[in-house]
Design a protein around this ligand. Structure first.
Ligand code: SAH
Length: 420
C-alpha cells in the first residue's frame, strides 16, 4: 500500500515539474512516507527525520506522509520544528497546497476516504507490476491493529474507477496487476442500479485485458474467501497460484482475543477448497507471536498449523503494542525475551519449509516476470508465479515475461537460465 502511495506522490510531484534524486542535499522537497503498524517502524521515522534535517538544503521543503503522520499529527511539528507538512495516508493529494505556499505549515490527517483517487493526476507510466488499491481502511477491528485508526473505516472504490485505473496501467506498461486492500477479498461495491461487484468481478474483467498476463491480490481475510473467488483460481489462468491469507495464530483462544473470530477448521477448509480449484496453489501467511496471554501451548499450536499448511513464504512478527488498540491495554503482556525465543523458533521452521519448496523447484520451468537488475548489474531479477526471486545472467533486451529453467535454490531465491 505504501509503495503505491509513494508512486502516486512521486507522480504528483513530477506533474509539478520535479525530477527524482537519491541525494538528500540536492533535493528541493523531501517526503518520508511512513508505516505505523509496529512500534519499530514508527521509532525509525523520527530518527530518520533528524538525519534528513541535518543533511538537507536549508530551504528544502520537508515533511512526512502516511500512517505515522496521521498518528502523530501536530505533535510531529513539536518534535521536528522545521517540518513543513504532515499529511495522513488519505490526504497526501493536498501536497500542492504546500507547493503554492512554501512558507506555511500544512497539517492534514483527515480520513478523506476515496477523495485522493479522484484528485490525483493519472500516472504517465505504469510500473510492470501495477498495484491497484481497491479499498481503503478496514472494518475488522483486530485488537492488535492500528490500521482502523490510521486508515479509517473500510470503503470500496467503485468498480468503474478501479477498472479505469487498471486499464490505464495496462496501456502504459503494466503486465501484472496486484489488487490491494487491507481486507482485499471483502471488496464490495454496489452501483446505482443495485448491481453488486466483488473481487471476482474485478479479476474476471482484468483478465480480459490482453496486456495483463498475471493477476494477484493481497491481503485476504479468511472469512471473506467466498466460493466465487475460490472458483476464480480454477477458471482464470492469469490469476497466479499464490495467496497471502494471514492466520496470525494457530490457537483458537488467541484468535478470539485478537478478535479474529474464524475457526481453524474454516481456515483449513478454505485451503482444501483452494487446492481443489488449483492443485499447485501455494499459501503465505502473517504470524504474530507473543500476543498478550499467549501460553507455551498456544504458541505450539501456531507451530502445528505452520507444519500442517506448509506456507512457502510468510511474515512473522513479535507482538508490538500500538496506541488506540485494545490489546495494548491487556494485562498479560508477554516478556520480550519470550517473544524473541518464540519468533526465532517459528522463523527457523518457516525458513526450512521455504528452502525445501525452493529446492523442489530445481529443474522445473517457471514463467517469470522481469523485475530489474541486481545490485551488481550483472544479473537480472525475475519473479516466479509463487513470488520467488529468480536470478538469471544479464542479457540485453531480456524478455519481460518468459520461461526460465530453475538450476539452483536457497532459502531466499532461485537461480535459473533462459530456455533458448
Ligand atoms: N490487513 C492487513 C494488515 C496489515 S499489517 C493484513 O491482514 O495483512 C500486516 C501484518 O502486520 C499483519 O498481518 C500482522 O501480522 C502484523 N501486525 C499488525 N499489527 C501488529 C502488531 N501490533 N504487532 C505485531 N504485528 C502486527
Amino acid at each position: 500500500m505504501n509503495v503505491y502511495d509513494g508512486w502516486r506522490i512521486a507522480s504528483l510531484l513530477e506533474h509539478h515539474g520535479f525530477v527524482r534524486t537519491d541525494a538528500i542535499p540536492d533535493a528541493d522537497i523531501i517526503i518520508l512516507n511512513t508505516c505505523a503498524v509496529r512500534a519499530k517502524a514508527t521509532d525509525k521515522v523520527f530518527s530518520a527525520l533528524g538525519r534528513i534535517r541535518r543533511a538537507k538544503k536549508p530551504n528544502a521543503l520537508f515533511g512526512i506522509v502516511g500512517c505515522v503522520a496521521r498518528e502523530s499529527g501536530a505533535d510531529a511539528f513539536r518534535r521536528i520544528p522545521d517540518l513543513n507538512f504532515v499529511l495522513g495516508p488519505q490526504s497526501y493529494h493536498k501536497l500542492p497546497q504546500i507547493l503554492e505556499n512554501p512558507d506555511s505549515r500544512l497539517l492534514n490527517i483527515d480520513l478523506g476516504g476515496l477523495e485522493k483517487f479522484d484528485e490525483l493526476p493519472q500516472m504517465e507510466r505504469s510500473p510492470r507490476v501495477a498495484y491497484i488499491p481497491i479499498q481503503e481502511g478496514c472494518n475488522h477491528v483486530c485488537t492488535y491493529c492500528i490500521v482502523p485508526y490510521t486508515r479509517g473505516r473500510e470503503i470500496s472504490r467503485s468498480f468503474e474507477s478501479v477498472m479505469a485505473e487498471t486499464l490505464h496501467a495496462a496501456k502504459t506498461g503494466a503486465i501484472e496487476i496486484c489488487f490491494l486492500g487491507q481486507n482485499v477479498n471483502g471488496y464490495k461495491f454496489i452501483d446505482e442500479n443495485g448491481t453488486l461487484y466483488r473481487l471476482s468481478d474485478l479479476i474476471r474483467e482484468t483478465a480480459k485485458i490482453p496486456e495483463i498476463m498475471r493477476i494477484r491480490f493481497t491481503s485476504s481475510y479468511p472469512t471473506e474467501m467466498t466460493d466465487d473467488l475460490i472458483d476464480m483460481f480454477s477458471i482464470e489462468p492469469k490469476l497466479l497460484p499464490f495467496l497471502n491469507m494471514p492466520i496470525q495464530s494457530g490457537s483458537q483462544n488467541i484468535l478470539t482475543r485478537m478478535n479474529r473470530p474464524y475457526s481453524l477448521e474454516l481456515y483449513t477448509d478454505i485451503i482444501r477448497k483452494l487446492k481443489i480449484a488449483r492443485p499447485d496453489i501455494q499459501i503465505s501467511s502473517d504470524f504474530i507471536v507473543g500476543f498478550p496471554g499467549e501460553t507455551d501451548s498456544d504458541f505450539e499450536q501456531t507451530m502445528e498449523i505452520a507444519k500442517q499448511i506448509k506456507y512457502i513464504n510468510s511474515y512473522s512478527f513479535k507482538y508490538s503494542p500500538r496506541p488506540h488498540t485494545a490489546a495494548a491495554l491487556m494485562q498479560d503482556q508477554i516478556p520480550e525475551n519470550i517473544k524473541a525465543a518464540r519468533l526465532a523458533k517459528l522463523d527457523t521452521y518457516l525458513n526450512e519449509v521455504q528452502r525445501e519448496f525452493n529446492e523442489g523447484c530445481i529443474d522445473k520451468t517457471l514463467s517469470c516476470l522481469l523485475e530489474g537488475t541486481d545490485k551488481t548489474g550483472r544479473h537480472l531479477v525475475y519473479r516466479t508465479p509463487f513470488m520467488q526471486q529468480c536470478i538469471v545472467e544479464y542479457r540485453d533486451n531480456a524478455p519481460e515475461l518468459t520461461d526460465i529453467k530453475i538450476t539452483a535454490a536457497n532459502k531466499a531465491s532461485l537461480r535459473g537460465k533462459f530456455i533458448d
